[in-house]
Design a protein around this ligand. Structure first.
Ligand code: NAI
Length: 331
């Protein structure tokens, strides 16, 4: 029996969470879900969108599945996602991108993973105003953060049976910062002779990703490049509806889809649970339920490929619960 925190989120969060919980249960994985609400609704009820109880639950269970939460733009509370990453030191953002048969994209052989450093770079928020016409933003790259993210990427490659790790940088221009990142990547690569190590500049990577994405495997990079490249790779496999992510630290891991809380379709039983389900599959791999993870993935892909019961965003007319039941039928 696994103990896992479930943050069921705002908007469509509860609907897609319920669907995913049912599918996992039907696949025979025994999970004791510690359901913790967080987000805009909780903020109005408890005065904090991310109450202490949520962080404590994740610290205790070590693993969380998180549905999207609503963040008001330009006012109100700080992003729950940013706070979670900070408070739990979730230093690695991991986004696997693999084609799903039945979802039309220009390519059909994409199978890569973006490993993005999650704590520093220009996202450290060190900015200053020099005068009205000049602003500074400081890019921070440290040996400690670079070593641990590259180590994570190689470890991941080894665990998941992947062959190559590419270190992505702009070290020809940012000679000190990205230079340090590359130096760390080379040092870690020596410890993993069984994994091939390659380097590529981020601009060349972007071009090659849209021409021939199948040549890439695990890509590890600093925060800003990772943010941009992982959206590009999500686009390669069909975009928001299927894009998954995980934020991983030394102690805890939080798995969450890339899309938001979709308030426009809240409560209408129209939401597509695919992205959250793919996150849950990644989570099951993380907790070593690999066989069940593969079984659920197969059922999901079969449902999409058959195309008989699909939610509206995938071109069908099924409700969330009909789509859920079809996946369960295909398990
Ligand atoms: P959104 O991703 O919620 O919605 C964009 C469009 O995609 C909408 O038309 C929506 O109906 C559709 N959509 C999204 N997910 C869907 C799904 N699973 N099934 C079917 N259709 C889906 O982005 P938006 O509208 O910019 O943000 C809404 C709220 O979500 C905001 O408060 C935002 O801050 C928050 N948000 C939260 C995230 C998180 O918690 N990880 C990530 C992104 C946004």
């Amino acid at each position: 029996m696994h103990n896992i925190t479930l943050i069921n989120g705002d908007g469509i969060g509860p609907e897609i969470s319920n669907a995913v919980v049912e599918i996992i249960k039907s696949a025979g994985v025994e999970i004791n879900w510690d359901v913790q609400s967080a987000g805009a609704k909780v903020a109005s009820e408890e005065g904090d969108p991310l109450p202490k109880r949520v962080i404590e639950s994740i610290k205790k269970n070590k693993v969380a599945l998180k549905a999207p939460v609503t963040t008001p733009i330009g006012k109100g509370f700080r992003s729950v996602n940013v706070r979670l990453r900070k408070e739990l030191d979730l230093y690695a953002n991991v986004r696997p991108c693999k084609n799903i048969k039945g979802i039309k994209t220009p390519f059909n052989n994409v199978d890569l993973v973006v490993v993005r450093e999650n704590t520093e770079d220009v996202y450290a928020g060190v900015e200053e105003k020099i005068d009205d016409d000049t602003m500074h933003s400081i890019k921070i790259i440290t040996r400690k953060a670079s070593l641990r993210i590259v180590e994570y990427a190689f470890n991941y490659a080894k665990k998941m049976g992947r062959k190559t790790v590419w270190a992505v940088s702009k070290a020809n221009i940012c000679k000190l910062t990205d230079g340090l990142f590359l130096e760390c990547a080379r040092e870690v690569a020596k410890k993993y002779p069984e994994i091939e190590y390659k380097e590529i500049l981020v601009d060349a990577l972007c071009m090659q990703l849209v021409q021939n994405p199948s040549k890439f495997d695990v890509l590890v990079m600093p925060n800003l490049y990772g943010d941009i490249v992982s959206d590009l790779t999500a686009g390669l496999i069909g975009g928001l509806g299927v894009a998954q992510g995980a934020n991983i630290g030394l102690e805890c891991a939080v798995f969450e889809p890339v899309h938001g809380s979709a308030p426009d379709i809240e409560g209408k039983n129209l939401a597509n649970p695919t992205a959250l389900l793919i996150c849950a599959i990644q989570m099951l791999n993380h907790i070593n339920e690999k066989e069940k993870a593969a079984k659920i993935e197969k059922a999901l892909f079969k449902t999409i490929e058959e195309g008989k019961v699909l939610t509206q965003d995938l071109g069908g007319s099924a409700t969330t619960t009909e789509f859920r039941d079809e996946i369960i039928k295909n398990l």
